[in-house]
Design a protein around this ligand. Structure first.
Ligand SMILES: Nc1ncnc2c1ncn2[C@@H]1O[C@H](COP(=O)(O)OP(=O)(O)OP(=O)(O)O)[C@@H](O)[C@H]1O
Ligand SMILES: [Mg+2]
Length: 454
């Protein structure tokens, strides 16, 4: 904790320990000088030596007195012995090490003490300031007032904008023991809940999105069932048409449920880093073989340009396949009519497309994260020559259920979870993804994986 630099409190009333040390020093020093003078007068060697020892002892006490005076905390009306000073030092070390801001307020709400994290949290030194100059939220000031008045711990959630937007949990607790309590002091603590809040919001958004995605095809199926029971009861042709639509809706629901299961399975295993040796060349080739008929059916091509050397990575083979497959599926779906899709593999820095905007990870960042040489970072890249992606959409593509054109995605059977799955798989592998695109030129998705020894 830093002592507040207010004149009233930083002017110490000396504690007993220091007074007794000062007395000892004066006594030993004065005795030494008197004995030394006597020894000189009597030319007594032994007395001279005793006087010198007394002076040395006196100087030792003098130095110790000042070092303690420097290091020791002193507060008005409080006395400490040496053991208490040490305890205080330990307590100060604990408070300084705390990751959340802690402050001690005096009876007028001035910050008497604060730990170093306060300065980083509030972007300025806080000791000595009035609390309202540091935290402006009325809820915080109300909590302090109530805590002092009712002598109970108060809690409030604050939305702070300075120095950046955050949600903080604020506690105000009255000091309950000893002389500090008599003066109405309050301990203030804050806990950053920004990440937790974001997670909660994501979770509720996710549930809302997932239920919405399931409700739409379900509602449409209910509608068709009703029509078939009534108007279309005796129209076999219409019934066949409705059944086909219902089948495709049911398939979409099944795909969505499978994607959700897949996502939660990846999340469940996220802490378990994969350890198999997988060759990106081999997985890329097998996905291209698997999807070539689909590319052909859409009047396009899916070509694999594997690196000449093997590209071994430490990975989960099924998940690497899932990543490449999701990216190829997108490239074939959104890569325009007669999509031309290329899958490339390699090590180090992947090629850069002239004029493409970029978002996501870089080979350099991945090399640092994995602690490997940048030339060893392994990647697989899926590129199409489709309509491309707007700059504003680029950073949001990997969000769950985010689709640029929801109707278009639905019409091609999309659930909006493909890239979220890709991102989670790469997170589990401690890899990353980079997305590049230019309107009218196409898009490139590059996935980085940790290399396995070549
Ligand atoms: N290669 C691409 N070119 C243009 N837009 C793309 C491309 N890949 C993805 N997108 C856009 O990103 C959105 C999200 O893709 P994502 O794969 O997550 O979902 P989806 O393809 O709609 O559904 P799913 O993959 O779950 O079946 C797509 O809806 C599309 O708008
Ligand atoms: Mg997709």
């Amino acid at each position: 904790m830093k002592d507040a630099p207010t004149a009233a409190d930083s002017r110490p009333v000396e504690s007993e320990i220091f007074r007794s040390r000062a007395g000892d020093f004066v006594f030993a020093g004065a005795t030494g000088v008197i004995v030394l003078l006597g020894a000189v007068m009597l030319s007594d060697l032994h007395a001279g030596a005793a006087a010198a020892l007394a002076i040395i002892y006196g100087s030792g006490l003098f130095l110790r007195y000042f070092s303690l005076r420097e290091a020791a905390p002193v507060a008005p009306g409080i006395t400490f012995n040496e053991e208490q000073v040490q305890k205080f030092e330990r307590l100060r070390a604990v408070l300084n090490a705390l990751p959340q801001p802690v402050m001690l307020l005096d009876e007028n709400d001035h910050i008497e003490m604060s730990n170093p994290v306060c300065a980083t949290t509030f972007g300025k030194e806080v000791s000595g300031r009035h609390i309202s100059a540091v935290i402006r939220a009325p809820a915080a000031l109300d909590s302090i007032r109530t805590a002092r008045h009712e002598r109970t711990v108060q809690e409030a959630e604050l939305s702070m904008l300075n120095p950046d937007e955050r949600t903080m949990l604020f506690y105000a607790a009255p000091v309950s023991a000893g002389q500090l309590a008599d003066r109405g002091r309050i301990i203030v603590m804050l806990r950053d809940r920004t990440a937790q809040k974001k997670l909660e919001r994501m979770r509720t958004d996710f549930i809302a999105n997932a239920s919405h995605e399931l409700r739409t095809p379900l509602a449409s199926m209910m509608g068709f069932i009703e029509t078939m029971q009534n108007h279309a009861k005796d129209d076999p042709e219409a019934r066949q048409r409705f059944l086909r639509i219902m089948q495709s809706q049911a398939e979409r629901m099944l795909r969505l449920v499978q994607d959700l299961i897949s996502l939660s399975a990846i999340e469940l295993n996220e802490a378990k880093t994969p350890s198999d040796r997988v060759d990106l060349n081999e997985t890329a080739l097998s996905v291209c073989d698997m999807l070539a008929p689909i590319a052909q059916a859409r009047g396009g091509t899916l070509v694999c340009e594997a690196c000449a050397d093997p590209v071994p990575v430490t990975a989960d083979r099924d998940q690497v396949i899932q990543v490449i497959q999701n990216l190829c599926d997108n490239a074939l779906k959104y890569g325009g009519t007669g999509p031309q899709v290329t899958v490339t593999t390699g090590h180090g820095i992947p090629p850069v497309e002239e004029g493409f905007r970029r978002t996501g990870d870089t080979a350099e960042a991945i090399a640092v994260r994995l602690g490997v040489d940048i030339r060893d970072v392994a990647w697989v890249r899926v590129q199409d020559r489709g309509e491309g992606i707007e700059r504003t959409d680029l950073p949001r593509l990997t969000e769950r259920f985010y689709r640029i054109d929801v109707e278009k995605s639905r019409s091609v059977g999309g659930t909006g979870l493909g890239l979220a799955i890709v991102k989670h798989i790469l997170q589990r592998h401690r890899g990353g993804i980079a997305i590049e695109s230019a309107r009218g030129e196409g898009s490139a998705f590059t996935c980085f994986f940790p290399p396995a020894g070549r």
